[in-house]
Design a binder for this molecule. Sequence first.
Ligand code: FAD
Ligand code: NAD
Length: 465
Amino acid sequence: MKTLETDIAIIGVGSAGMVAYKSARKHTDRIVTIESGPYGTTCARVGCMPSKLLIAAGNAARAVRQASHFGVHAPAPRIDGVAVMQRVREERDRFAQFSVDEVEAWPPEHRLHGLARFIAPGVLQIDDHTQVRARTVVIATGASPVVPSELKEALGERLIINDDVFDWQDLPQSVAVMGSGVIGLELAHALHALGVRVRLLSRNHKIGPLSDPDVLASAQHITAAELPCAFNSQLEQATRTEQGVQLHYTNEDGSSTTETFDYLLMATGRKPNLSGLNLAAAHVALDERGQPSIDTLTRQIKNQPIFITGDAHSERPVLHEASDDGFAAGNNAAAWPDVRPYPLRASLGIVFSKPQIAMVGKSHRQLQQNKQAFARSTQSFANQGRARVDGNNSGMLALYADPSNGRFLGAEMIGPEAEHIAHLLAWALQQEQTVAQMLACPFYHPTVEEGLRSGLQRLRQALKD
Ligand SMILES: Cc1cc2nc3c(=O)[nH]c(=O)nc-3n(C[C@H](O)[C@H](O)[C@H](O)COP(=O)(O)OP(=O)(O)OC[C@H]3O[C@@H](n4cnc5c(N)ncnc54)[C@H](O)[C@@H]3O)c2cc1C
Ligand SMILES: NC(=O)c1ccc[n+]([C@@H]2O[C@H](COP(=O)([O-])OP(=O)(O)OC[C@H]3O[C@@H](n4cnc5c(N)ncnc54)[C@H](O)[C@@H]3O)[C@@H](O)[C@H]2O)c1
């Protein structure tokens, strides 16, 4: 057994772990990173990038189909599944290789391979080959999909997760997608647009992270029109067949459906990779969800020389937050015990569905849960000028503001250009702008952003009422 002494041990070399390493390295050379899987990051290998590549292919197919709306008639697109998946894999590999190259350029003595777990405070066991004694530890272990073991046993390799999709050599004929959260929506829309027979199964009426009643109702309507869905359905039985899977489920109205698919894609949430770390040996207390109590600004686990980053602590499991966490944790792990707060950016989430969904700042649910007074406006995109020009005039924007000072608080949206409107809103939120200040900014004509201006004008009126 090899033993090592170091200042900082970083568990997990994904997006957060890589940034933590680079930040810590500015202060000390005594760093060890530990990675149990391949380098390349979840985002580039099996997350953000390959999913957006598949979505881009789906958007291209959709554009051809919708061209006739403009009087431009093209034959139905012929989808070459092998070529679609080849581009997804090749571009994915190219993105992932940038991270692999970066990590492999780090000094070899800074890189260990194996599964890390605590055996005592400040002491990590890596597989059965190395023990690392570290002054501080950064946990950057990411998250993994939740897959019920009984379904996995019943369906074997016909039950898949997002990772499997991006390794396909060809598109399958049919896929049932379980879960109408972020991953379920993005992949179901992309596969459907690429001509795969899809059924989106949801045990409730949720659409991604949406909570505003009007935006959610609009999203339910749009999603049901766009995709074959079974909302509020209950999977009763899943059986492996020679060709794939047979699913028997109860529908919202009590009727039953039996359908066969090539695969069942599980998209029912992701869980932080903490259970294998044996945090009890580090004297870290966990709550009922198996989460440690952390200071969100320093990223420190309360009263411990341990920092936690990215999807491993699940508050905001998106890429830019993982990078920010890594930066804060890397610097603080080096500075410990003189840690300092690193402020959070305005909260921003985007779902690359059709149309896109965006969440900025406080959601409707959070405002209600906090019992916070708020003014609200809603704005439909059905008659928005530029959206009608482009033939993507569906969706709804809800905006919230603080009645005590007129400051913008948050927004929920499904609709055209949501990714760009959400950025404008997040920047205004971070600058603590009032609705009046936002309306004093320029809005070009004719743009979808004019729909945002209409929503802000209504919000200004709601603040007066
Ligand atoms: C399908 C999908 C699409 C996504 N799309 C987007 C998007 O469009 N935009 C966006 O912002 N975010 C997106 N995300 C989320 C984003 O990918 C994550 O927030 C981000 O990758 C988290 O980075 P991380 O460093 O926390 O984890 P990871 O990159 O997963 O790194 C964790 C690393 O820790 C290693 N590890 C785990 N346990 C141990 C252990 N005990 N010992 C040693 N090593 C260990 C793992 O092998 C892994 O390499 C998507 C995620 C998925 C799954
Ligand atoms: N565009 C992006 O930024 C992007 C894309 C993909 C993933 N992500 C990140 O990854 C995280 C995880 O995504 P996700 O889609 O796995 O989780 P999610 O929490 O968004 O969705 C999970 C869905 O599964 C449902 N569900 C849970 N248990 C179920 C069960 N037993 N049966 C049926 N349905 C069930 C939930 O009601 C929910 O709708 C997201 O929160 C997001 O932060 C981000």
